[in-house]
Design a protein around this ligand. Sequence first.
Ligand code: SAH
Ligand code: SF4
Length: 371
Amino acid sequence: MAVPQHAKGDRPNLLGLSLPEMTTFFADLGEKPFRARQVFRWLHQGGVDSFDAMTDLAKSLREKLPDVATIIAPKLMTEQASKDGTRKWLLDVGTGNGIEVVFIPEDERGTLCISSQVGCALDCTFCSTGKQGFNRNLSASEIIGQLWFANKAMGRDPKGERIVSNVVMMGMGEPLANFDNVTAAMDIMLDDHGYGLSRRRVTLSTSGIVPNLMRLKERCPVALAVSLHAPNDKLRDVLVPINQKYPLAELLVAIRDYLEAAPRDFVTFEYVMLNQVNDSVQQAHELVALIGDLPCKFNLIPWNAFPEAPYQRSSNNAIHRFREVLQAAGFVVTVRKTRGDDIDAACGQLAGQVVDKSNRAGIIKLNHVVA
Ligand code: SAH
Ligand code: SF4
């Protein structure tokens, strides 16, 4: 059986340790805090994956470290590049599971879309990850490993700035359902000795697990996107079943509260456009009334089809009309562009490979949508 990435025996995978955790680890070895910082920088700024490469560590320490720690990075399975610059990597995270990571270049930034879980338990009816069911949480090292990998692949621009400038947690899984590992990985993203990303350049997308949203406000407030998808509880209960537990009124109060601590003073609402399900002009008006004066932007996502889903993508006309109602009410609205069409990363259409040993045989193809 393959070894999970977070640990090998009882040796921690240093890739998943925050700087404070690394400092404690080195203190336990009788080493000074600056050693922890050196190793942390080698891993996340230098992109190395062996102790031998850490040339400014004392030789004795370099020789000792493999006995007490590991560095296990995700391995590349396949790689695709689109003509528009979008890149897609399938990474092996052990035990036969593959997760996809998508890099999307834009004029002013390079956005990396990463996953938090293999599969998802929340079962949104229009989402193929949801239809796949839940396989497992990704560890902190597997989450940060996606950024580690992409940084190595993309490198820096001529000014020395990293090409990957933004991260969105919009790949597979519900990040707030894997709270501890996701926040641990975000600590490393934000650390100046790690990736040095500002909180506004890291966006967490959630379907609305309200108690954990409130915890996120205290623990690690980053930019927020919320998957809304419906203007009332009756429809949202069907499309996003977690709404039955945390209905819209509760969710909207929690978002307003979250914004007090957030690095951006608005939330981005994602709204998937499903033909004749949630895309009428009347529903757009209902949405305007629901949102009121909550500071937000809307991102309308033309639905990406997958086999046997009971939906169709809204027509361009319907999307246009829906958008106009929101704009007339003063909201900023974007319609998600199709990117990486030729490599199935269209509008972030994401496919992962999962061997689910618990209850399914063989390789199941996921067909999922991200940012
Ligand atoms: N679980 C989180 C983040 C991952 S999903 C969430 O739900 O927010 C990222 C975004 O893709 C969400 O807005 C989700 O609703 C949307 N999405 C899922 N399946 C889709 C599909 N088939 N077409 C278009 N958007 C989809
Ligand atoms: Fe999970 Fe998000 Fe898909 Fe819903 S849309 S099933 S929360 S990944």
